[in-house]
Structures are given as structure tokens and as C-alpha cells.
Ligand binder design. Sequence first.
Ligand SMILES: [Mg+2]
Length: 109
Amino acid sequence: MVEKFITPADLPTDYERELLIILMEECDEISQRAAKILRFGALEVQPGQIFDNVERMCQEIGDFECVRNLLHQQNLIDKKRIPYGYERKRGQLAKYMQTSKPTGGCDGA
Ligand SMILES: [Mg+2]
């Protein structure tokens, strides 16, 4: 008989669960906007829309930042740890990207 694993951690509250679902939705929306830019171009305006793909990407990133702040308020994100991930990613990109920008890095420097 297999011994069942029971998490020792507290599970998210209903509110926290909903925030995490919204976070997943926003990540999907950012992904979708990136795909649209790849397929149709940055300045394409989809039929029935008034904003181009870049503006809509910015809106989705704003949505993400809003949810990120709400998760921080629930202690599901520690903002002090984010710079570590940022720097780690910069290092990974410098090492593994197969293409390069003529000038500057991901922070625009
Ligand atoms: Mg959104």
C-alpha cells in the first residue's frame, strides 16, 4: 500500500486561488499577444479592435502587474526576490540567446 502524501503547507484561500487563476489568465493573454505580433506584426490592428498589437501587449502586461501586486499583498510573491530572478534571466539570455540586439540589453541599457 502506498503511503499518501499530505502537504504540510497551508493551501491557498479561495481569494488566493482566484488571484492565481487570474495570474494564469494574464500570462496566457500576454502569450497570445506575443503570438499575434509574430504572426501579424506589431502595428496590426485586429478587426473589431481599436488598439494595435503593441498597445494591447502593454495593456496585458499592465494587467499582469496589477495581479502581481495583489499576489504580493497576499504574501504569494516576495518583491525582494524578483531582482534575483531578473538578474538570473539576464545571465541566461546573455549565454543562450542565438540572436543579438545591435545595442543594449533587456533593460534597454
Ligand atoms: Mg488581461
